[in-house]
Design a protein around this ligand. Structure first.
Ligand code: 13P
Length: 385
């Protein structure tokens, strides 16, 4: 027996030597996760955003998309109208009670309010961390099934350093996956690998990366098909995040909720959406990740709040919260209408939505008193951000 044990030990020892030998020739195997100068700060930032009862205001629409929103209330898409609208959002008194971070488009990060204060300072005064959309948008992916890839890695390290200097503390990169398009294996892989490369670069510049492979609502598929595609997409995303030595404690996720396609014949209840979405997350997301900040993706204000509330009826391994654009801004825009005299009531509309989602984050949301406007869906086929 002793000699067998001894032989076993020798074998183990030899295997150990062999593994060490491989480590010397390969950079990746030894490095478990980013542990550079910003490591502690990244963890602190991610946890600050994932504060109980708080979520993210996504206000990072590209100029073209912001223009579409402004045109919907009869405004021209100019620097001045974008500035006036975003100033309304960031200067909302008391917003920091429900919102821990705001994602900005580059124009806003470097912009002043009309009073001459910087947008960044206004957010900080409100206790809200400024974030920045760093991707450069979607482009057609050659030889795929009409799918897209997300640009922006070239020069990203320098841009991230500049954004940090300007006050940004977290970043967002949105790539998309289309279920009706397949999705093809190359599209999913490209989406996952791009997100991982971006996340590694952002962390090295002190920005907490929000990892957002948006699975589009478009399609006639049922909820089981969405679950399948979401599991596949997140599996690949985490594989590449790990391969790129991303520090999981210093990232945030921005998933789509698991729902049937927008054109599926049957709608799901909030309980069904919660059960599918949490099942997917538990199977794919390590508990080291501090926060899951959902996108609204074209759901109505009411639906996205009800679904979030349903997900917070029992404790989760991560902070489960929101990073909504349309589902926080829709009634604000409609109330504002571009008129100076409506700024205060529009800010109250923003506070109302932010508070509703804050309560949903705590699992205590009561939909009584919501308007019929809040129940109107905002899905648009082929929506771009
Ligand atoms: P929606 O909440 O409007 O889907 O937008 C969130 C977002 O930031 C998409 O990237």
């Amino acid at each position: 027996m002793a000699s067998v044990a001894l032989a076993g030990t020798t074998l183990v020892a030899k295997a150990g030597v062999a593994r060490q030998g491989r480590r010397r020739s390969s950079v990746n195997v030894n490095a478990a996760a980013y542990n550079g100068a910003y490591a502690e700060e990244l963890v602190a930032t991610a946890n600050k955003i994932a504060t109980p009862g708080k979520g993210i205001l996504a206000m990072d629409e590209s100029n073209a998309t912001c223009g579409k929103r402004l045109e919907s209330i009869g405004l021209e898409n100019t620097v001045e109208s974008r500035q006036a609208y975003r100033e309304l959002l960031v200067t909302t008194p008391g917003l920091g009670e429900y919102i821990s971070g705001a994602i900005l488009f580059e124009e806003t990060l470097f912009q002043d309010t009309r009073k001459g204060t910087s947008m960044v300072d206004e957010l900080n005064k409100n206790g809200i961390l400024p974030g920045i959309k760093v991707d450069k948008g979607l482009h057609p992916l050659a030889n795929s099934n009409g799918e897209s890839w997300c640009a922006g890695l070239d020069g990203l390290d320098q841009r991230c350093a500049d954004y940090y200097k300007q006050g940004a503390r977290f970043a967002k990169w949105r790539s998309v996956v289309s279920i009706p398009a397949g999705p093809t294996a190359i599209a999913v892989r490209d989406c996952a690998y791009g997100l991982a490369r971006y996340a590694a670069i952002a962390q090295n510049a002190g920005l907490v990366p929000i990892v957002e492979p948006e699975i589009l609502l478009d399609g006639e598929h049922d909820i089981d098909r969405t679950l399948e595609v979401a599991e596949m997409t997140w599996a690949e995303t985490f594989k590449y995040l790990a391969d790129n030595n991303v520090l999981f404690e210093g990232i945030l996720l921005k998933p789509s909720m698991v729902t049937p396609g927008a054109e599926h014949k049957k709608r799901s209840t909030p309980d069904e959406v919660a059960s599918y979405t949490l099942k997917m997350l538990r199977r794919r997301v390590p508990p080291a990740v501090p926060g899951i900040m959902f996108l609204s993706g074209g759901q109505s204000e009411l639906e996205s709040t009800l679904n979030l509330n349903a997900m917070n009826q029992s404790p989760n391994p991560w902070h489960v919260s929101f990073s909504y654009a349309r589902a926080l801004q829709n009634s604000v825009l409609k109330t504002w209408k571009g008129e100076e005299g409506n700024v205060q009531i529009a800010q109250e509309a923003l506070l109302k939505r932010a508070k509703a989602n804050s309560q949903a984050q705590l699992g205590k949301y009561d939909p009584a008193g919501e308007s019929s406007e809040a129940a109107k869906g905002m899905f648009e086929k082929g929506y771009t951000y």
